[in-house]
Design a protein around this ligand. Structure first.
Ligand code: SF4
Length: 135
């Protein structure tokens, strides 16, 4: 059995084209899907009505719009995140030189944490040495 991806998005485009834009935010798959094929897809997902079009099934699977029911997409995302984080193939770091933000975003999610704190000189130098050691 197959199931729909939690990360599917379908967007209407002008009716005369009789197509939708399909996007999967986990795989970044982007496709045009005929409205009639989209209806088959939804019938399969909602009512378990089988899709009698092997090519459509393959295309939906290729874009991960349709996935094996045993797949846990959240686990895949977690794996990819940790794999990227701990990969030694490249260096990716986030540097916070200060907590003294001079922006004023209305949605600020750091309220209560913004302080006049600055990265000490020795930490700056250690950071430079760390980056050098990884180059
Ligand atoms: S969210 Fe808060 S801490 Fe982040 S840039 Fe905006 S005001 Fe500064």
């Amino acid at each position: 059995m197959m199931k729909e991806s939690k990360y599917n998005f379908f967007f209407d485009i002008p009716k005369k084209l009789e197509k939708l834009i399909a996007y999967n935010s986990r795989t970044n798959a982007l496709a045009l899907i005929e409205t009639k094929d989209y209806e088959k897809y939804k019938s399969y997902i909602k009512k378990s009505i089988s899709i009698d079009d092997e090519k459509l099934i393959e295309d939906l699977k290729r874009g991960s719009f349709l996935i094996d029911e045993n797949i846990n997409e959240l686990d895949i995302l977690k794996y990819n995140l940790l794999n990227n984080r701990y990969s030694s193939n490249y260096l990716s770091i986030t540097i916070a030189p200060t907590l003294d933000c001079n922006f004023a975003c209305i949605y600020c999610y750091e309220k209560g944490k913004r302080k006049k704190l600055y990265m000490p000189k020795e930490v700056q130098e250690a950071l430079i040495e760390f980056i050098k050691s990884k180059i």
